[in-house]
Design a binder for this molecule. Structure first.
Ligand code: AMP
Ligand code: MG
Length: 321
């Protein structure tokens, strides 16, 4: 019997004790398909938080591939037909996604939209897709199909069977844009959290990093298995526990291996990346999950970013930046 059990764990990342003289102010909003929060630790105008949420709402409106009016939906509808002109923010994020796909040897691939739709992890009904359909769709996934024209500021997907999905990079990017906006308003210490894509602005105190707890996949939300120290940096986590369902005793999770179109079967359960570049941290967390600890470690070392992984055998692999 099929027993769909969607587990969307509004992951992780508990910000541990904070020492400060001012009362922190926190606001929540559901955006980008996840619970988001902004906490500002210096006394300041709370209107900055409202402005920042408005900015994030606008990014969501442009980047959500499920919303008919978004720029990504327009690009997808025009696949195999014509290029679509987009705004500067969307263009640069798509261009970055292409660059990072190449850099990760395709482990992060923003062209998995058709496969993500087929798996439908966000829907309440769950069925394992037909293997031949998966094989057919995955055979079309090729980053060369993503054609960018900087002068025209246009994006074209040359194969109609291929769809763009920025789900593995957009939240990390948005967390950084939000933090930068707060900084431009004069805020010095804040935490932006988009469902586990955390950006820590400033530091906890003079010469003291923020302490970010990483969700233990086996524990209720807020139970962590390790902590990461950082200042002015993103901590982004990808994990198989975040979005998954079970059919006939087999679990299927939302991080796909672009080589097979099936949930990635590496030795990782959860991997967090620490970098001052939010988009990079997000794309890399997904890529590292797909690659497994050995290759992920090599990649992170070559890029000078920090990594914390929990393996299927319960081992913790930590790599400092
Ligand atoms: P994340 O939680 O950042 O690891 O991103 C996972 C989301 O990105 C999924 O829900 C899919 O929409 C999409 N996705 C899944 N696998 C990949 C992949 N290997 N590369 C790029 N995007 C992916
Ligand atoms: Mg990601």
């Amino acid at each position: 019997m099929i027993r769909p059990a969607l587990v969307i764990t509004a992951m992780l990342l508990l910000i541990l004790s904070v020492s400060c003289s001012d009362e922190p102010v926190t606001r929540y909003e559901f955006l980008m398909d996840t619970q988001c929060s902004i906490t500002v630790y210096d006394a300041g105008d709370e209107a900055y938080i409202d402005q920042t949420f408005a900015l994030m709402r606008e990014m969501d409106r442009r980047l959500d591939r499920h919303s008919q009016d978004s720029q990504i939906a327009r690009i997808n509808r025009s696949a195999g037909i014509c290029p679509v002109q987009v705004d500067g923010m969307t263009y640069s994020l798509v261009a970055r996604a292409k660059e990072l796909s190449i850099l990760t040897s395709g482990a992060f691939n923003p062209l998995l939209g058709a496969l993500s739709s087929l798996w439908a992890f966000g829907s309440p009904e769950h069925e394992v897709p037909d293997a031949s359909q998966i094989a057919d769709l995955v055979s079309h996934v090729d980053i060369g199909c993503l054609v960018l024209d900087e002068e025209d500021m246009s994006v074209y997907i040359s194969d109609p069977a291929v769809q763009l999905d920025l789900g593995a990079i957009a939240k990390g990017y948005a967390s950084q844009v939000a933090a930068e906006h707060l900084a431009s308003c004069g805020v010095e210490r804040a935490i932006v959290n988009l469902g586990g894509n955390v950006y820590c602005l400033g530091s906890k105190g003079p010469d003291e990093d923020w302490v970010v707890g990483i969700q233990n996949p086996e524990a209720p939300t807020g139970g962590y298995f390790a902590t990461v120290l950082c200042s002015d940096a993103a901590v982004v986590t990808s994990g198989s526990y975040q979005r998954r369902f079970e059919v006939d005793g087999v679990e299927y999770h939302h991080i796909l291996d672009p080589r097979t179109g099936w949930p990635a079967d590496s030795d990782i359960v959860s991997v967090s990346i620490v970098s001052d570049d939010g988009a990079l941290a997000d794309a890399l967390s997904t890529a590292c999950f797909v690659l497994g600890t050995q290759e992920a470690g090599r990649l992170c070392r070559s890029m000078g970013v920090g990594m914390l992984a929990l393996t299927t055998s319960g081992r913790i692999v930590r790599l400092d930046a």
